[in-house]
Design a protein around this ligand. Structure first.
Ligand SMILES: [Zn+2]
Length: 127
């Protein structure tokens, strides 16, 4: 299930990366969902590793679960497994999230500037 989620995100980002406006909307939706999840789980007791695995992968896959528990899956979003699964593109997006400077070229609040803007790269590549 988790893999499906990562795949979906990866797929969407892949499709939207050429359209900054849509990608921005997608980012906002993800952020909203993340905040909802954050609020929903605030009162929840932290799960044990096993409990987490069982919930995520479903009890019917119990046999697979005991084969291998990925290390670091416990660490919310900071484990090596997740980082690996997220991929460079998402990392770039996450990085971009932190940006607060407005790019003069694409008008996005990002951590690049007009000189390093992707839009410029795309434009010159298409010429
Ligand atoms: Zn830009």
């Amino acid at each position: 299930m988790i893999r499906d989620i990562y795949y979906s995100v990866d797929y969407c980002v892949d499709r939207l990366v050429s359209d900054m406006e849509k990608l921005k909307l997608y980012r906002e939706k993800l952020r909203e969902m993340t905040q909802e999840v954050d609020e929903d789980t605030r009162s929840v007791q932290p799960m044990t590793n096993r409990g987490f695995i069982e919930t995520v992968f479903g009890v019917e896959k119990r046999d697979e679960v005991k084969v291998k528990i990925p290390e670091g899956i416990r660490n919310k979003g900071s484990g090596p497994v997740k980082k690996m699964m997220i991929g460079e593109k998402e990392m770039a997006i996450l990085k971009a999230k932190k940006g607060s400077r407005k790019c003069g070229r694409c008008g996005e609040y990002v951590d690049h500037n007009a000189r390093t803007c992707k839009k410029k790269a795309n434009d010159s590549a298409s010429k």
